[in-house]
Every structure is written in C-alpha cells, then in structure tokens.
Design a protein around this ligand. Structure first.
Ligand SMILES: Nc1ncnc2c1ncn2[C@@H]1O[C@H](COP(=O)(O)OP(=O)(O)OP(=O)(O)O)[C@@H](O)[C@H]1O
Ligand code: SF4
Ligand SMILES: [Mg+2]
Length: 335
C-alpha cells in the first residue's frame, strides 16, 4: 500500500457508565479500546466480530458521527479526528456511511429525491442540479429515476438499501463506511446489493470499510479483514491469510462456525464452540480480553495483555499497530 487513504491510530471511545437504580454512576464503557489500521484508496477492509465488540462505534468515529475520546483518524493526509464540525465540512463529502436498516436510516417523510440530494444541498449545490444528480444516482444504483418523488415505504428493503447507497454516493466520496449494509436483507437480495457495491467500487474507485457479523459476506467483498473483540482488533491481515490460516484463537472459532458449501468438508471439520457471551466492555477481564473463553488460555493470558504483533512470515518482528502484514494479539498464535 502506498500512502494510505485512511489511517486510524489508537482510536478509543468511552461512554459514561449506566447509572444504577440508586443513582450511582457505573464503570465507563470502553466501547473501542485502541483500534489502529490503514486502508488504501479503492480497497475494502472487512470489520468483523460479535455483537457489541465496537464495530459500529469505530465506523461512526471515522465519519465523525461520534467524537473519538482519543486517538487519530487521518484521512487523505489530514487529521480529522479532532476537527470541529465546521472544520470538517470540506472533508465530509469524501466520507460517507451506509447503515444496516434501510428503512430506519431514510426519513419516511422525505421523497427519495430529497433524501438522495440532501448531502449535496448541505454542500451548497443548487436544488435543480441536486435533483438532476439524484436522478443519475438512482440510475447508477439500478433504480428507476422516474420514482424520485416516491417515499421510502414504497420501495422494497433491497431497493431502500439502494437508495441509502445512492445517498452515500451523492457527493462522490472516496470512502464509504458500510455498517452491516446487507444484514437486514433477504439472502437473495444481499447478493444483489453486494454486487452493486462491488461494481460501484470498480467504477468509482471507492474504498470501503465493510462491517459485518457474517464472515462469508466479508470474505467475498474484502481485500483485508480485521477481527474485533471487546473493543480491540485481535487479528488483521490479507483475506486469504486470515481465512486460510487464522492465527488468533478467536478468529479460528468464528471461522469454524461458518458453514462450508461441501457437506463432506462440513462433517469433517472441527467446530470450536465459544462458551458464554463476550465480557462487558464496562468490566473487561485482566490480561487477554478473550481468556475466559479461550481454549488455549494459559496463566500468562490472565495477567498480561497481548499486543498486536506480526505473525506468520516475518516472525517475531514486532510491527507497529498498523504495519502491513498479518498481525494477531495473542501470546500463543497459530504460526
Ligand atoms: N451511546 C452509547 N452509550 C453507551 N454505550 C454504548 C453506546 N453505543 C454503544 N455502546 C456500547 O458500546 C459497545 C460497542 O457497541 P457497538 O454498537 O459499537 O458494537 P457493534 O460491534 O457494532 O455491535 P452489533 O454487531 O450489535 O452492531 C457495546 O457494549 C454497546 O452497548
Ligand atoms: S493470549 Fe491467551 S487467552 Fe488470549 S487468545 Fe491468545 S491463547 Fe487465548
Ligand atoms: Mg453495530
């Protein structure tokens, strides 16, 4: 990768703890606890992990729907993590987000023309030009431009997600954070929306951070994948390496739950069942956050937190948190 388009370093988001019935403040929630990665122009990074591990919070901080507690977000050479909303405005058009639930992310009282053109109007585009561009975008995402004056409920879920994608593309962004963009859709429609996103990437040179639970969807779309657990990246690397030879026990467990297309292979393979739920980010375990559920945990795992380091080819060399190559945060990675 040359100069990255997006560079995230030590990103942290802490939410205030929930108050108890007695009114006492709970422990703060470290939703994102030091996330770092790079993303090149036109690339896709898959961000996966169980519910509550901090994927959406990470995505929302990158587009600054949430302010980071600490850490930096460098986009195209500018540190945007600490900019005010006014300072952010010129950068905003290059950073967009697509949300999981197509209906609740579209204003039901606005026409599709209004929804798609809003980011342009905010940037100062005139109403007539914005409408013309909205019609072009409808066509680009495979919808009928004549339907511009309809309302979101008049479209199916897959079509509504296409509207969300059209809206995200209105300002010709360079980076789209897609937060579970197909999870709410029927499987047959998922493939169509994923195809569309891939086609748009080829035509427009977009970079994606593609957030998902579903490892098979991510496998299809991403170049690299980052696996999150309890607010941290526990493994990151090229798709083929991470899927082919997972280094972190958590990645291995997640992958062992993905159904294989070949029934014989499915019967033969070992499934790793993770016991219990992930711990609360308000009260994370000492040492490795994964140790209470890890089949490989040793004494050191209970006390010493493993840092991300290069695994596989490159060996023991310690990389920066976002250096290239494959990295895993484990005292005993599979080599
Ligand atoms: N506004 C908030 N206030 C308090 N806690 C929050 C807030 N938003 C998120 N959290 C907590 O932060 C943690 C990470 O949440 P986040 O939504 O980023 O996870 P996620 O990986 O996107 O999960 P999912 O797969 O369910 O979408 C969770 O424990 C969540 O309860
Ligand atoms: S550091 Fe220990 S507990 Fe954590 S994933 Fe590695 S082996 Fe498991
Ligand atoms: Mg989420």
């Amino acid at each position: 990768m040359g100069e990255p388009l997006l560079s995230v370093r030590d990103l942290v988001k802490t939410f205030p703890g929930r108050r108890s019935r007695a009114g006492r403040a709970g422990a703060p929630i470290r939703a994102v606890d030091g996330v770092s990665f790079d993303l090149g122009a036109g690339e896709t990074l898959g961000l996966v992990g169980e519910s509550g591990c901090g994927k959406s919070t990470t995505g929302r901080m990158i587009v600054r729907l949430l302010d980071p507690t600490s850490g930096t977000v460098t986009f195209d050479g500018t540190e945007i993590g600490g900019l005010s909303q006014a300072q952010l405005r010129p950068h905003r058009r290059h950073l967009q987000m697509v949300f999981q639930d197509p209906y609740s992310s579209l204003n039901p009282r606005q026409t599709v023309a209004r929804i798609i053109s809003e980011p342009l109007l905010v940037q100062g585009t005139g109403a007539a030009d914005a409408r013309k561009r909205a019609a072009e975008l409808m066509e680009l995402v495979g919808l009928i431009p004549e339907h511009l004056d309809r309302y979101p409920h008049e479209f199916s879920g897959g079509q509504a997600q296409r509207i969300g994608i059209a809206r995200s593309l209105a300002t010709s962004p360079r980076l789209v954070i897609a937060d579970e963009p197909v999870s709410a859709l029927d499987v047959s429609i998922q493939a169509q929306v994923v195809n569309l996103m891939e086609q748009l990437q080829r035509e427009l040179g977009l970079a994606y951070v593609f957030i998902a639970h579903d490892l098979s969807v991510v496998k299809r779309v991403c170049d690299r994948v980052a696996v999150m657990y309890l607010g941290r990246i526990v493994e990151i690397g090229d798709k083929a390496e991470v899927y082919g030879r997972p280094a972190h026990p958590y990645t291995k467990a997640l992958l062992s739950a993905v159904p294989l297309p070949d029934p014989a292979a499915e019967r033969a393979r070992e499934r790793i069942v993770l016991l219990g739920d992930p711990p609360s980010p308000a009260n994370p375990p000492a040492g490795c956050g994964f140790h209470p559920r890890c089949p490989k945990a040793q004494e050191v795992c209970r006390t010493e937190r493993p840092l991300l380091r290069i695994v596989g080819a490159g060996g023991a060399a310690s990389g920066g948190a976002a250096a290239g190559g494959r990295q895993a945060a484990c005292h005993f990675p599979e080599e």
